[in-house]
Design a protein around this ligand. Structure first.
Ligand SMILES: Cc1cc2nc3c(=O)[nH]c(=O)nc-3n(C[C@H](O)[C@H](O)[C@H](O)COP(=O)(O)OP(=O)(O)OC[C@H]3O[C@@H](n4cnc5c(N)ncnc54)[C@H](O)[C@@H]3O)c2cc1C
Length: 460
């Protein structure tokens, strides 16, 4: 592994040679296997002849996180706890504001070194900075949820066409399986909030969070992530290049929520796809989405502080949207009307319902869904906020770099180019019901969602 770019120090404090353990603060990489951040903690601890302790802070005030997200995350933490125990790494879960919880643990456990996982988004960065200010001990981050370390790129990339050649130039050197070392020194720490083994129902009962309904059948965790990968490779990948835009049934991997919660190592996914023996066109098409598009989104969030608002979008799009700000809108809907899927458009309503009922919306429908919100709200700023809020509340993979980038692409032309000028959209790409209807069986999709609503079709 090209280790230098994957690992960085957050502060300049030394490793404490008289420390009692190495503390791994698990944040984004919620898995106990094939986790480069955990591996770094284990390697350091083994060299120092110390145990490793893994800590996770469950924070039920996390902005926009809803009950469905917490259930999915807790399912993943249970898998992680079992995988960690196989590696002699005890797992501590506590409730509270993460930097405060970890700072308290530092006082209690006196680590020689703290390791955590990299995340390009603002809230984890704030937490890291806030903890770093309190610490007097070395604090290191490992970029464990990307194929190419995000700091391989030194600035914001303009579009897929600018990042693609840079990725392909170095890709082979990063496609090495992530190993699974064990901690040599065991220790007796490791408590859940009640001292009992982790229990999904019990942990859910401790959360003071309401909001978007839970979807127990859509399960989080590494076991489920690996099952989905296997299903994708055996049943869907061969048709990915030709049928990935078809929403009924999905021909995609449906791994985005598991990737968001760090339940599966991206390098593992890519190596398995490469070894599948499926047609090269499908493999290439998957690599394009999984590495080029996903890591372009991460690059955007890492380098552009306005990634979560319209301001992050390119000048040409901001200008053209401003020019068309006062264009008359045939339909105008409030946030609540949209959330309740009360538009005049049955295809749009079906996609909104799919998201609310199943925590997912197919990529092709997400593009159409977001573009219509631009058409049906008073201005592009309102459209951006509305789209992001609905996305993050109801999508299981919400609050992700891909989501910020997807919304910016649809509403503000991010990573896209100018198209022919028209009302409301200006030169931002437009999508119509008619063109979408020609791409796939949209009535079939509407009927499929209606069956999900009635409960005659179940999705896992
Ligand atoms: C308006 C809008 C909102 C979106 N919101 C989110 C979101 O909140 N979270 C999220 O993860 N993705 C989001 N996306 C991107 C994309 O729709 C999803 O990643 C994809 O539908 C997930 O399904 P899958 O795992 O079956 O994808 P697959 O087709 O199997 O692709 C594999 C993986 O590649 C990545 N990927 C695929 N398409 C894209 C893309 N266009 N951009 C970046 N990465 C991609 C994802 O990590 C995905 O899991 C959004 C796109 C749009 C247009």
């Amino acid at each position: 592994m090209n280790g230098d770019l994957r690992i960085r120090s957050v502060n300049s404090h030394p490793v404490h040679l008289d420390g009692k353990c190495v503390l791994y603060w698990m944040q984004r990489s919620q898995r106990g296997r094939e986790n480069a951040a955990l591996n770094h903690a284990i390697d350091q601890a083994n060299q120092l002849k110390l145990p490793v302790i893994c800590a996770f802070s469950l924070y039920d005030q996390f902005p926009n996180a809803e009950r469905r997200h917490f259930r999915f995350m807790i399912q993943g933490l249970i898998d992680a706890s079992l995988e960690l125990s196989e590696k002699n790494v005890p797992f501590i879960i506590r409730f509270g504001h993460p930097p405060q919880v970890i700072n308290q643990l530092v006082t209690e456990l006196q680590p020689a070194l703290i390791v955590s996982d990299e995340n390009p988004l603002k809230i984890p960065a704030l937490w890291r900075d806030s903890l770093a200010q309190e610490l007097k001990v070395a604090f290191q981050l490992v970029d464990a949820d990307v194929v190419i370390p995000s700091r391989h790129f030194v600035k914001e990339e303009y579009a897929a066409r600018t990042i693609r050649p840079k990725i392909h130039k170095v890709l082979a050197s990063y496609l090495k399986p992530v190993p699974n070392p064990k901690a040599n020194h065991a220790c007796n720490e490791g408590t859940t909030p009640t001292g009992e083994p982790l229990d999904e129902t019990h942990l859910m009962s401790l959360l003071k969070v309401a909001g978007a309904s839970e979807i127990p059948a859509y399960k989080g965790g590494s076991v489920e992530a690996h099952k989905r990968l296997k299903l994708f490779i055996t049943k869907r990948l061969s048709r990915y290049s030709t049928e990935r835009n078809e929403p009924t049934p999905y021909m995609t991997s449906e791994l985005s929520a598991h990737l968001h919660f760090g339940n599966i190592d991206p390098i593992h996914v890519v190596l398995n796809v490469l070894e599948s023996g499926d047609p090269q066109s499908s493999i290439d098409s998957y690599i394009e989405e999984f590495i080029v598009r996903r890591e372009l989104a991460i690059n955007y969030c890492l380098f552009n502080p306005n990634y979560d608002s319209l301001k992050g979008c390119p000048d040409w799009a901001l200008k053209t949207l401003a020019k068309h700000k006062d264009d008359p809108r045939t339909y105008l809907y409030t946030f609540d009307q949209l959330e309740r899927a009360e538009s005049h458009d049955p295809l749009w309503n079906a996609s909104q319902k799919e998201m609310v009922l199943t925590g997912r919306m197919h990529n092709y429908m997400r593009m159409y869904w977001a573009k219509k919100i631009l058409e049906w709200t008073p201005d592009a700023e309102t459209a951006f906020e509305t789209t992001l809020k609905l996305n993050d509340r109801w999508e299981m993979d919400g609050r992700d770099a891909n989501g910020y980038t997807g919304v910016a692409w649809a509403i503000g032309g991010k990573h896209d180019r100018p198209w022919g000028e028209r009302a409301i959209f200006g030169m931002v790409r437009f999508m119509s019901y008619e063109s979408t209807r020609k791409k796939f069986d949209s009535q079939g999709y509407i009927d499929w969602v209606a069956k999900i609503e009635k409960g005659t079709i179940k999705r896992d």
